[in-house]
Every structure is written in C-alpha cells, then in structure tokens.
Write a protein that binds this ligand. Structure first.
Ligand code: GAP
Length: 517
C-alpha cells in the first residue's frame, strides 16, 4: 500500500509538471479540492467527454443531448430532496480540530481489514507460486478468517446505521468509531465530538438587494437539469419511449473530506444520461445499461480485472436497483460511475412541486403515465484520474535507463503526433512544419525542435503522445521520415504521404466507438 501511495504521489506531481492538472489559483497556494486543467489536461478531458458523448448521442438514435444552466429554480432542490437530505455525517477531533466524514473513517477502517487480507494472500501467492489456490486459502487461513470476520461484522453494522429508519443513525455511527478504536490521523487521539449532518450544497443570492434576493444553489448534480427539461425535449423532439437525454456539465458539492487529488472535488464535471422507459421494464433496462457502460469502460483496454460492479445492498426509498462501476485505483477499488434505477421518483416530485402534468402518452397502450428512469452517471474527473493512474509507468529500459511514459489510449491522448526536425538547418524545420500544416486538420500535432531527439522523445512519452516523426537529411531527398511508436519505441521509415493513413485510424475516437457496436 505504501508503495502504491508513493506511485500515486508521483502521478499527482506528473500531472502538474506536464501541464495536465494544476491546483486552482496556484499562485495563492491553491484552493482546497478545486483544480484547473492545463494545456494537456484539457485535451485529454475533452477527448474523454467526446468519447462518452459520441457513444451516447451518435451511437443511439433514441438519445439526445442538452446543456442546461447551472443555476436552477430553488424549488428544484426541494423537489429532488437535496435541500432536506443531501447531507454528509461529520465528526470533529477535539485535539487536532480536524473535521472528518464519519462514514469515510469507517470505510477506511474496512479497507484496513481488506488490506490485511490482501497482504496475506500476496505473501502466500509468492510462496506457493502456480500451486496457490486463493479460494482455499481464504477459507482456511486463520489470519485471513479473523480479518474477514472483523470486516463482515463492521460492514453489517455500518449498513445498519447508514440505512436506519428515519435516516442515518448518527449516534450509532459514533459508537462504531469508538468501538473500532479509530484514531485521528493527525492527533492520534480518540477525542471525538458527536456526529452531525452537514448539507453539501453551495448557495448564493440571486438578484440585487433592492429587488429582493432569493437563495439559489449551485447544482450538486446535472441530472435535475434533465428532469426539468423532460417535457421540453420529449415534445419538441417528438421522442417516443424508450429514449434518453444526455448532458455533460459542472456540478458543485461542499465536500468536507476532499481527498485523493481530483477524486473528490468541490467543483467537478459529470456526464449523466437519464433513460426514460415504460414502468415495469426497468430491471431489464438496468441490466442492459450495466452491460453497455461496463463495455464502454473496458473498451479502453485497461484489463477487465481492473473493473468491478458494486451492487448496492440497501437502496434509497425511490430506487429499485443501483450499482457502481469501480476502478482499481492505486488507493483501492473506487467508484467511477453510478447506474441507478430511480423509478418515477424525480419526475413525480417535479410534477408535484411545479403543479405541471409530467407524463407520457403511450400511443401503443393508449394511456398516459409517468415514465420510469434508468440513470448512468459518471464523473469526468474520476475517469481522468483512472486513466492517468493506469497509463503512468516508470519503465526500466534494456540499457538500464528509466523512462516515464503515459500509455494513454491513443484516441484520448492530448497530442497525437509530434514532428521533430533532426537539426534546425538545411530546411528541416520548414519540412517539419509542412507536415504539420498538412496533418493538423486531422489530429492534434506538435512541433518540437529543442534538445536532442532522445530528450524530445522522453518529453512526448511523458505526455502520452503515441507517435513521433523525425525529419532528417534523407527526408529532404526522398520524402520519407522515421515514425516512432510510443509503447514499443520501434522506429520505421515511412513515406510522408502514408502518415495520415497510418495514424488517423489509430487516434480517432471513431476507432474506439467502432468496438462498441
Ligand atoms: N445523479 C446521480 C449522482 O450524482 P453520484 O454517485 O453522487 O450520483 C455520480 O455521482 C458520479 O459523479 C460519481 O460516480 C463520481 O464519478 C462523480 N462524483 C461525485 N461526487 C464527486 C466529487 N466530489 N468529485 C469528483 N467526482 C464526483
């Protein structure tokens, strides 16, 4: 784990050093859990968004997109339940004066038991090699069984307090923290306050004081912008059930325990799709969207073992199925996307609070009803983080050197092709620019003439550029260049006229989308 934490720290500094992610307002020492995307980060982020958007809107005839405002009528949040129930349970340590999310402290404690189990397994696997049988080891090893029992007991208690009648059992939560002897990581003491609820929405005032102001919220999820536009889109687009509305946009949450870099932020971006369906068909659609979304993730080629579903044991009162897609981050399996069967809760609530009839007339059934909804909701920033974590490698080379390389999926890489003149003379820079001028309409190209070729390769490896081309003396004679592959580092001589054909197919989002059909 310590080694993984080390790697994670390196990824965070790499993100800053190579223009992917900066702390917000860096010159003022940053702003907690708020980040800016740099020149390479924004390209990667845009490519992720494009991959998602096109997989939804281009590949599904019955899914359309919208872009709703961040500010919404305040009643929206009353109807959705966010004003009353969008809370986190908080606890303070009296000695360090640090504030924590009580549920996160307990989850971390569960993760400690899981880590202990994993360590035993890793040790035994090393010892027994191919003969190792993990299932048998889990069922028989005393230390594994002891930690598994502690984990199960804690998990059970945690579920009970989180899903208590009438909301989270705050006293029960504090009791778990005391019983598990959880200490504050800063002070090392168990001097805890009571647990209390804290609403996560940011609010502000709209309007000038003279006219009278009203309290409005920065949206904590993009989904409500879709629900309140359901009728607009259904009617103007003459949409027939089943159909979906997709949206990408910013969301804001006053997260108290903001940790792990861009994993939990106060300002972040979501890609959400609400799929409106006939009541009674929701579990079939839920299963279908689970499969579709998992395929989308695994299509990036990071290995199916790095993903898992985490089906929710206990559900919100309005949901009848929910799962998370978790990705294996350096700090464990973590949620990247949620898929929820939300029944007709949101549309019914908006109908009740707005006084408008929000229904669908089904011509086949000759009746009107409130559609049910399957929601897929993924965080752009978490997706970005999972991609960075998986792509980062400090590779040992045959000559004893190390190179830092980002094995980004070529279609998501910020820069697709770097073009280098071998030297700054004999017309090589001009030839290199000529190549870029021709190819820049098809994909993102970068010109680099500073330093030796080896150093230029390293810089491009570090930003995950899949292809580099070098213009040399021979180029001036026969219009061929050396094309170097980021992952294999192999170089081959190709004609300039062939470059577009070789590269375009590999770096286009279409190349990813084709596998999804
Ligand atoms: N409309 C449903 C909804 O918002 P959620 O599980 O609260 O559900 C969905 O959020 C996704 O948004 C998460 O799976 C995660 O990827 C992302 N997300 C949520 N809170 C976040 C935060 N504070 N920072 C970064 N991403 C976040």
């Amino acid at each position: 784990m310590a080694q993984q934490e080390e790697v994670f720290k390196k990824i965070v500094s790499h993100c800053k050093e190579y223009g992917f992610v900066f702390p917000s307002s860096d010159i003022y020492d940053g702003l907690g859990a708020v980040y800016d995307y740099g020149q390479n980060g924004v390209e990667l982020k845009n490519n992720i968004k494009q991959y998602w958007w096109q997989s939804m809107v281009l590949l599904h005839e019955n899914i359309v997109g919208i872009d709703a405002a961040i500010f919404m009528h305040p009643t929206t949040w009353k109807a959705s339940g966010h004003v009353d129930a969008f809370n986190d349970p908080l606890i303070d340590n009296r000695d360090s004066k640090k504030r924590y999310r009580a549920d996160v402290l307990i989850e971390d404690q569960m993760a400690k038991y899981e880590d202990k189990i994993q360590k035993e397994i890793d040790k035994a696997r090393k010892k027994f090699g191919d003969a190792f049988d993990e299932a048998q080891f889990r069922a028989t090893n005393a230390r594994v069984l002891e930690n598994q029992q502690k984990y199960d007991a804690l998990h059970h208690r945690f579920q009970e307090v989180m899903n208590a009648e009438g909301g989270i059992d705050l006293e029960g939560m504090k009791q778990i923290i005391l019983d598990e002897e959880i200490v504050c990581p800063i002070s090392g003491t168990r001097n805890w306050t009571d647990v209390r609820q804290f609403n996560l929405m940011f609010s502000t005032e709209m309007g000038a004081a003279a006219e009278g102001t009203s309290k409005i919220y920065l949206r904590p999820e993009t989904a409500q912008g879709i629900f309140v536009n359901y009728l607009n889109v259904q009617k103007t687009g003459r949409m027939k059930l089943p159909f979906g509305i997709a949206q990408i946009g910013k969301a804001f949450r006053n997260e108290i325990v903001a940790r792990q870099f861009i994993f939990r932020m106060r300002e972040f971006e979501q890609m959400e799709m609400q799929f409106f369906i006939q009541p009674g068909t929701e579990l079939d659609w839920f299963a279908k969207w689970k499969e579709t979304r998992m395929k989308w993730h695994q299509n990036l080629g990071f290995g199916s073992e790095n993903y898992r579903f985490h089906d929710h044991d206990k559900l919100a009162h309005y949901a009848n199925a929910a799962t998370d897609i978790e990705f294996h981050m350096p700090f464990g399996f973590k949620e990247v996307e949620g898929i929820h069967s939300r029944t007709n809760f949101d549309l019914s609530q908006h109908a009740k609070y707005s006084g408008k009839k929000i229904e669908y007339f089904d011509p086949e059934r000759n009746e009107s009803y409130t559609p049910y909804v399957i929601e897929t909701s993924i965080g752009v920033d978490r997706m970005f983080l999972s991609i960075m974590c998986h792509s980062y490698e400090e590779e040992q080379l045959a000559d004893g050197q190390t190179r830092t390389v980002l094995h980004l999926p070529a279609a998501l890489a910020p820069v697709k092709l770097a073009v280098f003149p071998l030297t700054k003379k004999d017309g090589m820079p001009e030839k290199a620019q000529e190549i870029i001028n021709d190819l820049r309409f098809h994909f993102n190209c970068k010109y680099e003439e500073k330093d030796q070729i080896g150093k230029r390769y390293r810089r491009m490896d570090a930003i995950g550029c899949p292809f580099c081309v070098t213009v040399d003396q021979q180029t001036l004679q026969d219009n061929t260049v050396t094309l170097r592959d980021r992952d294999t580092m192999e170089q081959r001589r190709v004609a300039i006229s062939e470059l577009r054909g070789i590269i375009e197919d590999k770096v286009s989002i279409t190349s990813l989308l084709k596998n999804l059909l």
